[in-house]
Design a protein around this ligand. Structure first.
Ligand SMILES: CC(C)(COP(=O)(O)OP(=O)(O)OC[C@H]1O[C@@H](n2cnc3c(N)ncnc32)[C@H](O)[C@@H]1OP(=O)(O)O)[C@@H](O)C(=O)NCCC(=O)NCCS
Length: 169
């Protein structure tokens, strides 16, 4: 996906440092979930990044597969100077295209950015979107995001004030 001023592309391992710098303030404010550096390398294939024409990394976002039909948009962030210029939407559209390619039909997001996601076709959801049989298998995941999706007690401090949102692709 190419725009006159920036490009959205697959992340490389050499982007990890810049991704961490970009999200650091958001992690400090507890807007995004912080992760160890090794986890970023392990999940680099989930990431798309937006790069300005001068090579600066100005945005990132990841798609995490959670079940046969279900994925999560996570770590979506845009650099302050670029907010409100369409970079977030461009990244989200790319992650959604990735999700369709993988055969997913539902995308979850846990966020404070309710109006952004609503404008992009997500709706707020309550409990019980997963049937009990699948829940009992998903609960075995060691992934924090999956625990947040399932709304497990141990991650409640992370999810406080966030909205649970879902889009059908
Ligand atoms: C959510 C987030 C990624 C959105 O990024 P963004 O790049 O600002 O998003 P967009 O620019 O695509 O859309 C935001 C606004 O810009 C507007 N916009 C889009 N393209 C535009 C353009 N070319 N020129 C001017 N405005 C534009 C959109 O219409 C929207 O405006 P609105 O709020 O009045 O409807 C960003 O706010 C962020 O980093 N938030 C913190 C992290 C977070 O909470 N992430 C989500 C959970 S993973």
């Amino acid at each position: 996906m190419s725009h006159p001023e920036y490009t959205v592309r697959r992340a490389r391992t050499s982007d990890v440092a810049a991704i961490r710098t970009l999200i650091e303030p958001l992690v400090a404010e507890r807007i995004l979930l912080g992760k160890e550096r090794v986890v970023f390398y392990e999940s680099v294939q989930e990431f798309r990044v937006a790069e300005a024409s001068d090579g600066t990394l100005i945005g990132c976002g990841a798609l995490h597969v959670m079940w046969e039909d279900l994925g999560e948009v996570r770590t979506l962030a845009v650099a302050p100077a670029w907010l409100g210029t369409g970079v977030g939407r461009a990244l989200l559209e790319r992650l959604e295209a990735d999700a369709r390619e993988l055969g997913l039909s539902r995308l979850f997001c846990l966020t404070f950015e309710v109006s952004f996601f609503t404008r992009n076709g997500y709706g707020e959801i309550g409990e019980g979107v997963i049937d009990p049989e699948i829940y009992s298998e998903m609960v075995r995941s060691s992934d924090e995001g999956v625990a947040e999706f399932l709304d497990l007690a141990r991650v409640k401090p992370n999810t406080l004030g966030n909205s649970r949102m879902l889009k059908r692709l």
